[in-house]
Design a protein. Structure first.
Length: 217
């Protein structure tokens, strides 16, 4: 195997804890975990459905649509101001505790983010977490107007870094994203924080870790 020459990270669920929105959710429900889980599930479903339909909307719009659906599905009531505050929570998601140290450990080789997030969302999250100086590239699916796991999205990484996919380690906590990246041709690390089973899609990760500071050098 060739030496690793760079690292590409998924953002949501990998660097940033999407369920840190639960605190904002307490304003409209006694079960913010159920709201967060339903919101996240529908958010992902809408990215896949819009990709298949050929009807792209950016991740901010998808996230808002998913939130509105989740609120209705759970029988909750929320004002427009409360919905706006929940959406704003996506701009300041908490980074997982080990992220800063893990990125410092990998310094010296190019680091990038490749995410479904819109450029504005990613810029805000990176800035709020204080991680801006760590990344040479922050890549959004907006450039190709479709979502992961489309090969068009994964192709953005090698193009931006000028490094072949098999010399890059793609890192994600999402098992479906791991399968998509591996199918494209990346070397892949699955950050399996929850000890979940792998997807049955025929593509296994090269590495499985529980935390980002366990990534291979």
């Amino acid at each position: 195997m060739p030496a690793l020459r760079g690292y590409i990270f998924d953002a949501y669920g990998t660097l940033f804890d999407v369920h840190s929105v639960m605190e904002a959710g307490r304003a409209i429900t006694d079960d913010p975990a159920a709201l967060s889980m339903t919101w996240r599930q529908k958010q992902l479903e809408y990215t896949w459905l819009r990709s298949l339909m050929g009807r792209y909307e950016d991740f901010w719009s998808v996230t808002e649509s998913a939130l509105r659906h989740a609120v209705r599905r759970l029988g909750l009531e929320a004002t427009e101001a409360q919905l706006a505050r929940l959406m704003d929570a996506y701009l300041t998601l908490a980074a997982f505790p080990e992220v800063a140290g893990a990125l410092e450990r990998l310094a010296g080789r190019p680091l990038a983010i490749l995410s479904n997030g819109s450029p504005r969302m990613l810029e805000a999250a990176v800035r709020a977490s204080g991680l801006g100086g760590a990344f040479q590239h922050v890549l959004s699916v907006d450039a190709v107007r479709t979502y992961k796991p489309s090969p068009q999205v994964y192709a953005l990484g090698p193009k931006a870094l000028g490094i072949p996919a098999d010399e890059l380690l793609f890192v994600s906590s999402n098992a479906w994203d791991v399968a998509g990246a591996k199918a494209f041709g990346y070397r892949v690390a699955w950050c399996n924080r929850a000890g979940a089973p792998p997807e049955e899609l025929g593509f296994a990760p090269d590495h499985v870790v529980r935390r980002l500071d366990e990534l291979p050098l």
